[in-house]
Every structure is written in structure tokens, then in C-alpha cells.
Design a protein around this ligand. Sequence first.
Ligand SMILES: Nc1ncnc2c1ncn2[C@@H]1O[C@H](COP(=O)(O)OP(=O)(O)OP(=O)(O)O)[C@@H](O)[C@H]1O
Ligand SMILES: [Mg+2]
Length: 341
Amino acid sequence: MTAAEKPILLDVNGLTVSFATDRGMVKAVRDVSFSVREGEILSIVGESGSGKSVTLLSLLGLHDRKTTRVDGMVAFRGRGILDLNPSELRRIRGREIGLISQDPMTALNPVYTIGWQIAEQIRAHEAISARAAKKRAVELLGEVGLSNPQEAVDRYPHQLSGGMRQRAVIAMALSCNPALLVADEPTTALDVTVQAQVLDLLLRLRKDFGSAIILITHDMGVVSEVADRVAVMYAGRIVERGETEAMFKSPLHPYSWGLMGSIPPLTGPRLARLKSIPGMPPTPDRIGEGCGFAPRCAFARPACLERPPLRMIGTQAALCILEEPERSALRRTVLSPEEFA
Ligand SMILES: Nc1ncnc2c1ncn2[C@@H]1O[C@H](COP(=O)(O)OP(=O)(O)OP(=O)(O)O)[C@@H](O)[C@H]1O
Ligand SMILES: [Mg+2]
């Protein structure tokens, strides 16, 4: 079975997340749709504040229910999960979906030692003794690069540094061999050598247990190396998604041009000059119906103020008004391979 024929594990359709603020309800995530097949790695990329974490936390039910409104449909293994009660969701999160959150405290309970928390997670799956589970917890903490796992295992979260806490969360997420691992910038807080080690652990999870992974990262090199598919977020929307190779070779959306061109890809054109995009991304209260990127897009036109149309080419889908052959011609002005010849 090829990856594209594997069953869909997670299906997200029209996910919209709004927060209650003193200026009324503000939409931080708009009409986001994507799916993840068994064993697949999907990378979500995009500027800070584009809605990556909000998307993942809300679909896992980790939002504050008092101030957050979540609309749309999310199915895990064919079962709608947005309407599950918190305890049912917690059971799925601990056993079938592992979470490495950007803020480690989302995943840790402050009143238990990290060793206890990892051991509990293991024992939720395997019939092993508390002693064996704790031994496994020490091994896992060693594997994620904690220098003194024997000692760290008996510490409470607040007694660990930020980087150590992040590693504890990674160990915990790996301990349940989840069908789906959601990893929100899992290596950002770690040193370079440990980053590679942790990435290897994530990949091993897929190899050994067929786990699917949603990986949020700012490292486009990692994306091009490990992801099967990529989703690009901008101002609360997925502005483009598709298979990794195609996305790096011929990104459709002008926002993706700069992003995908910012690393030397294995194939396809390289960016002539690494330009940062002038301007700032809009905050959620300033995003309208039109294309959120238009104010910074060098190719914007009046029609971009309206809801952007969906363009599809091969495995790629993008929200942008540009059509061929104009799109390719404009893209060449940004990515000009000749200058590297
Ligand atoms: N509880 C909340 N109340 C109001 N606004 C929020 C809340 N949580 C997040 N936001 C806003 O939603 C937007 C998206 O935030 P999010 O954390 O998803 O960004 P991100 O893409 O993960 O960024 P980064 O790369 O910095 O982690 C931001 O503008 C943020 O300020
Ligand atoms: Mg984030």
C-alpha cells in the first residue's frame, strides 16, 4: 500500500476558532481543512501568530471552553471528536494521540513527578508493573537527552529547566506509541545536537509503530527532509497545501514563494536573494474576508480584497487569485535560478 492509499486517521474540515476579547469575538483560525493518513508526516509551517498552535490545541480540545468557540468538523478514525466531553478526549489524547506542545506545561501535571506521569502513561497501554514502567521512564528520559535521568525522574515539572521540561514532554509523548503524534516545535528549545537526536526518535516512532506525525516547525530544512505533505498557514488560514516535493519545486501562493525558497531545495529553483517580506502579518482582529497576505503581497490587486478562490494543481491547493501562466512568470521574478547557474 502506498502512503496515499493508507486510511485517513485525522480529518479536519472547516475548523474555525474564535476568541472572546474586549473587542468582541475575534477569529484566529478560519475555515482550516486538512487530513492526515496513517503513518504520514504533515508539516504545518507559517509565520509566528499565523494560527498553527491554536489549530492543533483546539482540535485536541485543549482550548479554554469559556472563552473559545470552535466550529467545524474533526474526525479521528472516523469518529467526531469536537463534541466529546473532556474526559473522553483526555483518554484519546493519552492513548492514541500524543502531544508535544509548544508550552510544555500544557502537557504536564504540576502536582506529579515527571517519572510518575510517564510511567502512568505507559501503564495505560501495557500491563507492566509500576517498577518496570518507572525503569522504562528513566530509559526514555535518557533517550531524549536528559543527562541525569535517574535523578530527573523524581522531580516535579517546576524543578526542571525549560529545556528539560520539553524533553520530559517528548519522552511522555513517545511513551504511548501513539497512532498520531502532534508535535508543536518539538526541538526549538533544544541544542542542535539534541535536536537531531529528537528528530530521529520521532522518525523511529513512525518506522516502528507506523505513527503519523503533525509537525509544526520553523525549520524548512527539516520540513523538506521529513514531511510527506506540507500545509502553509498565513493569518489564520491554510493558504497552500500539497505534497512536499511539489510544494518546494513549484509553490503556488506568493507567500509560499519566499518561504519555500528560503532553503536550498534538493530540486527546483533556488532563491536568488533571501528577501524578508516587508510589513507585519495582521493580528486576528484585523483579518477580513479577503486574502490576509494581500497588504504585503507585491502582486496584489483590487480583487484580492474578496475571498480568495481555491486553485488546484496536481496535489497542491492554494488560496490565491493568480492563474497560469501569469503565476509562473511572476514567480520567476522572485525565484530566479539563472543567478545561481
Ligand atoms: N486565548 C487566546 N485569546 C485571544 N487570542 C489568542 C489566544 N490564543 C492565541 N491567540 C491569538 O491567535 C493567533 C494565533 O496564535 P498561535 O499561537 O496559533 O500562533 P502560532 O502560529 O502558533 O505562532 P508561533 O509560531 O509564534 O508559535 C495569535 O494572534 C494569538 O495572539
Ligand atoms: Mg505556536
